[in-house]
Design a protein around this ligand. Structure first.
Ligand code: SF4
Ligand code: SF4
Length: 89
């Protein structure tokens, strides 16, 4: 059996290996990103301590690992991220 620390998880930009666990079941809110408002400044990627914001052609969030802390929504200078209660649209 693989040791839990050897299980593949997203890599945080600041902490090698990251702190992420699968947080989907424990989350009360999730960040929803409005691509029309996003200018790809990458601040959400920098501030997310769990390294679950993905940089590609469009920014995206890995909801399997996001813990719903809301830091990305607070730091986004464009107001492109809104925290939405789980179980709602
Ligand atoms: S911080 Fe906001 S504007 Fe910047 S990349 Fe993230 S979602 Fe887009
Ligand atoms: S709410 Fe935002 S900052 Fe917090 S874990 Fe999820 S993506 Fe990262």
């Amino acid at each position: 059996m693989k040791h839990p620390w050897l299980v593949k998880r997203p890599i945080s930009p600041w902490l090698p290996g990251g702190l992420s666990r699968q947080n989907k079941p424990n989350r009360t809110e999730r960040p929803v990103l409005d691509q029309d408002k996003c200018n790809k400044c990458q601040l959400c990627w920098i501030y997310c301590a769990d390294g679950v914001v993905k940089r590609a052609e469009q920014m995206s969030i890995d909801y399997e690992y996001c813990k719903g802390c809301g830091v990305c929504a607070i730091e986004c200078p464009r107001g492109a991220i809104t925290m939405v209660r789980e179980g709602t649209e």
